[in-house]
Design a protein around this ligand. Structure first.
Ligand code: ADP
Ligand code: MG
Length: 624
């Protein structure tokens, strides 16, 4: 900072995304403008949490002895609504960074969704662009702030539009504000209702009652009064609380806008004591897969907020929100120490198991609720099949899959549906259920009524490579290794006759094709999988399946291993290899190229492929 900027007012542009967001908020009509207040209160509460945490190591920050609190001041003469907290505050650079940019990835996709959506409120809440929501009700905002423990007061002001102004605060500002942040909203003419005390009480009661710090309403006339209960709800006993209490707690603790689909509230006593209040949201967030999106479970120690970044749960449970409040951890635990704290590791382990068994419970007792959670977060939970060795079997039992039989099938249902002599659980991975349903590798299974799981989430390619079993039945990819359906009876006798008909010159056909294709394939063999298609590609048993290989190859720019070409000995194109000697080589190539296309891959030489195809078609036309 130069000497100038330290003392002078300065205009600064918003980051492009912020400008676009503000434009959208000002020009589209969202019915739920109320949300601005809970966003500001939520920020004020975060600021009080941060102050209390920093004051553990630096007690001077709270030297004035004033406990953290939040005040709301309506002023009808000035048409302003002011929200004040005596939390951590912001210095000049923090004002610029925090209130001029959105430091989050995925902002672009959020903005485009916001442009399309009718109900922006939920989206705004989910994405957490909280502060800017105030521009829905204010045409000018003045933020005055003093970082706790510093002398400087700064004001940030903006009328929306393209930028803001940052200036040193006046002497009067400095006197008034000993620490924390004051946000003055100059209300738009159609937002004057927020000056009414009953409106403010209504909104705070509905959304912010569970904020841990006192929220005081300071009316123009009369005494200030506290308008929230400011208790740590998770410390209360379950029997005192109603479903409505939990719903409100969920919304104010996690800053969410939906209802909780699952609520888990208990107190652990014993070697360690801690209170747990966790929720599964019912809405899927916009960016559930964003890798840097960590679980937002907040760690408290004896009711003091410590961190929302403490890896309290494994990554596959990162949709879970809420609070864990420990009685035993030291208050002055640094965030670095959280990383490998053995007590915390124990809590993590116990709470993870508890969540998994709660999900099990739900799946049995309230299948509809469970289905909702699975539809929203199943793709995340499946990451646990790969990561969480300890709970793998439980997670497998919880998992639901689309199969050739129906949607949301559990493996238990699958196992009950096994065909005579069937000893394996079959699956195929791919990009979409529609594509998979027409995959020739399903043919033989289809002819026997054997159910096949159709796995289409990217994560499926990974966990399936862990060679899992369910109730003693190994999971087996239909695009990998050998499959032997021989002992499973066919559904229709007619096809049995077909099957028993020996294919002519089987070995000779395989030899010719192998010879022609040479290095392009690792092997050629007669297929057990196919009944009507001519050929397909499969991978070696034991290794990664072809979908995973393609994913990995794309990431590492590596090459795929050579596939095995399986051919259907009863298909006329295959038997023609033995009879039509002049086009043997073209047929061999076509069998490979067709199979590649069915896999979603390109033939090595598309022009040569088209040439071959044309020739054979013409030949058919001429000899007709
Ligand atoms: P989020 O709360 O999700 O981070 P917001 O838009 O609500 O997003 O706020 C942006 C940032 O501005 C906050 O992360 C915080 O650093 C800062 N901030 C906002 N309000 C306050 C406040 N009252 N006191 C201190 N910092 C604040
Ligand atoms: Mg916020």
């Amino acid at each position: 900072m130069t000497a100038d900027t330290a003392t002078q007012a300065q205009s600064q542009p918003f980051q492009a995304e912020v400008a676009e967001l503000l434009h959208l908020m000002v020009h589209s009509v969202y019915s739920e403008t109320d949300i601005f207040l809970r966003e500001l209160i939520s920020n004020a509460s975060d600021a009080c949490d941060k102050l209390r945490y920093e004051a553990i190591a630096a007690p001077d920050l709270m030297a004035d002895g004033a406990p953290p609190k939040i005040r709301i001041l309506p002023n009808k003469k000035a048409d302003t609504l002011t929200v004040i907290d005596n939390g951590i505050g912001m210095n000049r650079q923090e004002l610029i960074d925090n209130l001029g940019t959105i430091a989050r990835s995925g902002t672009k996709s959020f903005l485009s969704k916001l442009t399309e959506a009718k109900d922006g409120a939920g989206l705004i809440g989910q994405f957490g662009v909280g502060f800017y929501a105030a521009f829905m009700v204010a045409d000018r905002i003045v933020v005055t702030s003093r970082r706790a423990g510093t002398d400087e007061v700064w004001t940030w002001s903006s009328s929306g539009g393209s930028g803001f102004e940052i200036a040193p605060g006046s002497e009067e500002d400095a006197k008034r504000l000993t620490r924390g942040t004051e946000i003055a909203l100059h209300l738009k003419s159609d937002a004057k209702k927020y000056l009414e005390t009953y409106e403010i009480e209504r909104i705070v009661g509905a959304y912010s009652d569970n904020i841990q710090f006192p929220i005081e309403l300071v009316p123009e006339e009369g005494e200030p009064r506290q308008i929230n209960s400011a208790s740590a709800l998770w410390q209360r006993s379950k029997s005192e609380l109603t479903a409505e209490d939990y719903k409100q707690a969920y919304r104010s603790i996690t800053n969410a806008y939906d209802d909780p689909a699952m609520t888990l509230h208990y107190r652990a006593e014993g070697r360690q004591s801690y209170a747990v209040l966790l929720f599964a949201p019912s809405n899927k967030p916009l960016d559930p897969f964003e890798p840097q999106r960590k679980g937002k479970v907040k760690l408290y120690v004896r009711r003091v907020f410590i961190s929302d970044d403490a890896d309290l749960l494994p990554a596959y449970l990162r949709f879970i929100r809420g609070v864990i409040d420990s009685e035993d951890l030291p208050l002055n635990i640094s965030r670095e120490m959280l990383q490998n704290n053995p007590q915390l590791a124990q809590i993590r382990k116990a709470v993870t198991s508890r969540i998994v068994s709660e999900l099990e419970n739900l799946s049995e007792k309230e299948p509809n609720v469970f289905t909702g959670i699975w539809d929203a977060f199943g793709a995340l939970i499946k990451e646990g099949l790969w990561e969480d060795h300890e709970r793998r079997q439980k997670l497998l039992a919880l998992s639901r899959f689309t199969s050739t039989v129906g949607e949301r099938r559990s493996l238990r249902q699958y196992v009950e549906n096994l065909k005579p002599n069937q000893t394996e659980i079959y699956y195929l991975t791919g990009a979409s259920v529609e594509r998979l349903k027409s995959n020739p590798k399903l043919e033989s299974a289809g002819a026997r009524g054997v159910e096949v799981l159709l796995l289409t989430d990217p994560v499926d390619a990974f966990w399936t490579s862990a060679q899992l079993e369910f109730e003693g039945k190994p999971l087996k990819s239909l695009s990998q290794g050998d499959v032997d359906f021989g002992s499973i009876p066919l559904l229709e006798e007619k096809s049995r006759e077909d099957k028993d008909k020996p294919a002519a010159d089987e070995d000779a056909i395989v030899a010719v094709i192998k010879d022609t294709l040479g290095e392009r394939v690792s092997d050629v063999r007669a297929s057990q999988r196919l009944t009507s298609s001519a050929s397909c590609l499969v991978a070696e048993g034991g290794g990664p399946d072809r979908v995973l290989e393609r994913l990995l190859a794309r990431q590492t720019r590596g090459s795929l291993t050579k596939p095995i070409l399986e051919i259907n000995m009863r298909h006329p194109l295959v038997t023609a290899v033995a009879t039509a000697r002049d086009i043997q080589k073209d047929l061999a190539f076509l069998l490979l190229e067709q199979a590649q296309i069915l896999e979603g891959e390109l033939p090595e030489d598309p022009a040569a492929f088209a040439g071959r195809l044309n020739q054979l078609v013409l030949r058919g036309l001429v000899t007709r």
